[in-house]
Design a protein around this ligand. Structure first.
Ligand SMILES: Cc1ncc(C[n+]2csc(CCOP(=O)(O)OP(=O)(O)O)c2C)c(N)n1
Ligand SMILES: [Mg+2]
Length: 548
């Protein structure tokens, strides 16, 4: 910094501080040295990661957990390419995330310079807004807009490319302001109209989803469902929106949902969609809403209303503000659907009760142990893969948080657990991951050790890319291609990082191993050797029937 002003790098970090950013996740690059230098001795913690995908997942998970925008720093073409998976995840999950990219200098731009990519074009379909800052005078307003966009209406990722010469340039533009988010709210008339439709229903089903639920919003959702005695379901990986013990909780419309819940969702006469897009997975391949169902759709993004299905009542409001306001209209004392709610609740309780699912190390009984041992405020992160069917079905959430990529990105769980553990160092953070996912981003265990994060990582090792093997067996029985995996000894792999590692092959050994993991005070890997034939809680690979 000189008398002339601040460097572009300083303008960026000053604004991060003003936005209340406590931590940034990065892989360094020579293209954005001025930002790194401006972070030197700043209050913001710089978490150096091993791969930009891991950095982006950490920031995304932190944002999911806190509701505050996550920030990732990466370099030009290669760094940006690695970070894409986190941007795609934040987009599909509606998570506020900002990726700041060091870019080719303006003096070289347009010549396919070293690592040059047109980032606005590259990220256009992947995020809410992608732009390149061309003039340092525009930097403050573009930073303001980036943060405002990330949290406004339907939240999501924003990408800003920052030319390296601009980051070195000195200027004295006005300071960037913290602009309020645009958060639409329902009108009185819309609230009344929703109450009228709901009162007419005989078999309503509330489906709450989406992002940016505050503690007040969650509490209001809990109350709303109690007051109206509604059955409440959640879409894929949103189980933590409502307590697993709630008298109306009917389960999740994820991958392989409870057939009874699916049947009920099809038979419901009214779907009350709160914050969810009712995407491909929740709608079970766009089979919901069914013709004739009345639909109330509340969503923060106006562009989501009527995009895929018709709603009888479409309301542009954040789910959080809507549920709090909807506590006002009076509910019937004895709603017509009381028995229906009880029936759905009963089905959920039967479906989710932990039970043996077979094998020398029985994953069903492992869940029973976890359900007993996990603290109420534990944070669980899940990867993509068939192993995820166990925790998502048999564990209860609510005060326990569930962080998972609804886009099914493998490699999410370990970095997400590192990010969550950095954010909440006193809470138990457990990562659920398959042997395939573990080696996609597992090197972020080094980041955990370096920054003293303490996730407990459970690697479910069935020696294969199980999900794909299952699909292969269904479509091309006996023709196994590219799904077998030869794995390392994950316990000694973990030990080599300085983490605690243990292999578990028998059900009875899981409980003492998990207790040791909770007590050891550092990052842990439990290598769980599971039976490859037990491909889901209900199916055996060797007994699968080919798809017609
Ligand atoms: C980044 C990424 N690549 C590929 C896939 C496709 N995919 C979905 S699940 C899966 C296999 C997961 O294997 P593993 O982690 O071992 O879990 P398992 O299914 O065996 O329990 C694959 C390859 C994906 N979802 N994400
Ligand atoms: Mg596997």
């Amino acid at each position: 910094m000189t008398k002339k002003g601040r460097t572009g790098g300083h303008i960026v970090t000053e604004h991060l501080l003003r936005q209340g950013v406590e931590r940034v996740f990065c892989v360094p690059g020579e293209s954005y040295l001025p930002i790194l230098d401006a972070l030197y001795r700043k209050k913001i913690k710089t978490i150096v990661c091993r791969q930009e995908g891991g950095a982006a997942f950490m920031a995304e998970a932190q944002a999911k957990l806190t509701g505050k925008t996550g920030v990732v720093l990466a370099t030009r073409g290669p760094g940006a390419a690695n970070a894409v998976i986190g941007i795609h995840t934040a987009m599909q999950d509606s998570t506020p995330l900002i990726l700041l990219l060091g870019d080719v200098g303006r003096d070289f731009y347009g010549r396919e310079a070293f690592q040059e990519v047109d980032f606005a074009a590259m990220f256009a379909p992947l995020c809410k807004w992608a732009a390149r800052v061309e003039d340092i005078a525009h930097l403050p307003s573009m930073l303001e807009h980036a943060f405002q966009q990330a949290v406004s209406d339907r939240p999501g990722p924003v990408v800003l490319a920052l030319p390296e010469d601009l980051l070195r340039e000195e200027a004295a533009p006005p300071k960037a302001k913290v602009l309020p988010a645009f958060r639409p709210q329902a009108s009185r008339d819309q609230l009344d109209a929703a109450a009228v439709l709901l009162k007419r229903a005989k078999r309503p089903l509330l489906i709450a989803g989406g992002s940016q639920w505050t503690e007040e919003g969650r509490a209001a959702l809990d109350l709303l469902a109690r007051k109206w005695k509604l059955p409440i379901a959640v879409p894929f990986r949103r189980q933590d929106l409502i307590s697993g013990q709630h008298p109306g909780f009917a389960g999740d419309l994820g991958i392989g949902p409870d057939p009874q819940l699916l049947k009920a969702a099809m038979e419901a006469d009214l779907l009350f969609l709160l914050g969810t897009r009712l995407g491909e997975i929740a709608s079970q391949g766009y089979r919901l809403p069914v013709a004739g169902q009345t639909v109330i759709h509340v969503h923060a993004g106006a562009g989501e209303l009527g995009k895929v299905f018709h709603a009888d009542l479409a309301i542009n409001a954040t789910p959080d503000s809507f549920v709090q306001a909807f506590l006002e209209p009076s509910a019937p004392a004895k709603p017509a659907w009381s028995a229906w709610t009880k029936q759905l609740r009963q089905a959920r309780q039967e479906w989710s009760k932990p039970q043996p699912t077979g094998g020398t190390l029985d994953a069903g009984l492992v869940m029973e142990t976890l359900e007993r041992l996990l603290p109420d405020d534990a944070i669980l992160t899940v990867d993509a893969g068939n192993f995820a069917g166990w925790p998502q079905r048999f564990l209860t959430f609510g005060s326990r948080r569930l962080l998972g990529p609804t886009c099914g990105a493998m490699g999410y769980s370990i970095p997400a657990a590192v990010g969550a553990s950095l954010q909440e160092p006193d809470r138990t953070v457990v990562s659920f991951v398959g042997d395939g996912g573990a080696l996609m981003t597992g090197q972020e265990l080094a980041t955990a050790i370096q920054h003293k994060a303490k996730p407990i990582i459970l690697i479910f090792d069935n020696g294969m890319f199980g999900t794909i093997r299952m699909h292969q067996e269904a479509r091309y029985p006996g023709r196994v291609v590219a799904t077998d995996l030869q794995n390392p000894d994950f316990a000694s792999w973990a030990e080599s990082f300085g983490a605690f590692g243990q292999t578990v092959t028998k059900t009875k050994d899981f409980e003492p191993a998990f207790k040791r993991a909770m007590a050891c005070g550092k990052a842990t890997v439990l290598h769980l050797k599971t039976d490859p034939d037990i491909i889901t809680p209900r199916m055996r690979l060797t007994k699968m029937k080919p798809k017609p």
